[in-house]
Design a protein around this ligand. Structure first.
Ligand SMILES: *[C@@H]1O[C@H](CO)[C@@H](O)[C@H](O)[C@H]1NC(C)=O
Ligand SMILES: *[C@@H]1O[C@H](CO)[C@@H](O)[C@H](O)[C@H]1NC(C)=O
Ligand SMILES: *[C@@H]1O[C@H](CO)[C@@H](O)[C@H](O)[C@H]1NC(C)=O
Ligand SMILES: *[C@@H]1O[C@H](CO)[C@@H](O)[C@H](O)[C@H]1NC(C)=O
Length: 167
């Protein structure tokens, strides 16, 4: 008798739990808007990168426009500097005067074809009207270590992955 009422209670709990939104620690849903979408790209300007005995480094600005509605990707303008191929994402400085709910980060990753400067940029934000949600978009592009051989460059990055969480 005790066992069967416990079983009933557990199955009732399981039913209730399955209706609860995804926990914040489990990135599961993949927003499709703005991912691998030619209509949505970030613009990198002032790209400058080089390699020294101490490692490779980068310096650039990156901007994105407001895009989509679900999710509503916020506009941003950020300035990124860092070094080290394969280093963890390093936060960039937001240089616009928009709300403080957005973060941008960048790092150099191993070049796909063994050459070039492969940069990965990420934009994350919490909607101002829903602080329990979090979105994180990431994209990459191959550029060059132009510091000593070429003028500064500009190019675009198309986000190729995204995840969101809510609680
Ligand atoms: C990035 O933009 C700021 C102004 O927002 C400018 O002062 C800075 O020189 C730019 N950096 C590069 C690398 O172009
Ligand atoms: C996006 O998520 C990745 C993986 O969790 C994290 O390393 C990165 O810092 C996040 N981006 C931002 C801008 O916080
Ligand atoms: C890598 O090389 C392949 C074959 O040459 C080419 O199709 C591809 O675009 C290159 N990828 C990058 C990121 O440069
Ligand atoms: C870099 O971006 C391309 C699409 O532009 C994507 O196919 C690839 O998976 C990305 N690389 C990494 C390491 O995320």
């Amino acid at each position: 008798m005790l066992f069967s009422s416990a079983t009933i209670l557990l199955s009732a709990l399981a039913t209730a739990v399955s209706a609860v939104p995804t926990p914040a620690s489990q990135p599961t849903s993949h927003p499709s808007t703005g991912v691998n979408d030619v209509g949505y790209q970030w613009l990198v300007t002032g790209w400058s990168a080089g390699c020294a005995r101490s490692g490779c480094y980068y310096d650039f600005n990156v901007t994105g426009s407001n895009y989509g509605s679900d999710p509503n990707i916020p506009s941003f303008s950020a300035s990124c500097q860092g070094s080290g191929v394969g280093a963890p994402f390093l936060p960039c400085g937001i240089v616009d005067d928009g709300p403080g709910n957005r973060g941008v980060a960048a790092h150099l990753i191993a070049p796909v074809n063994g050459t070039g400067a492969h940069i990965e940029v990420s934009l994350a934000w919490t909607p101002v009207d829903n602080v329990n949600s979090y979105y994180n978009y990431t994209g990459n592009a191959t550029s060059s270590y132009n510091q000593f051989v070429a003028p500064i460059q500009m190019f675009t990055i198309e986000p190729s992955s995204a995840y969101s969480t809510s609680s």
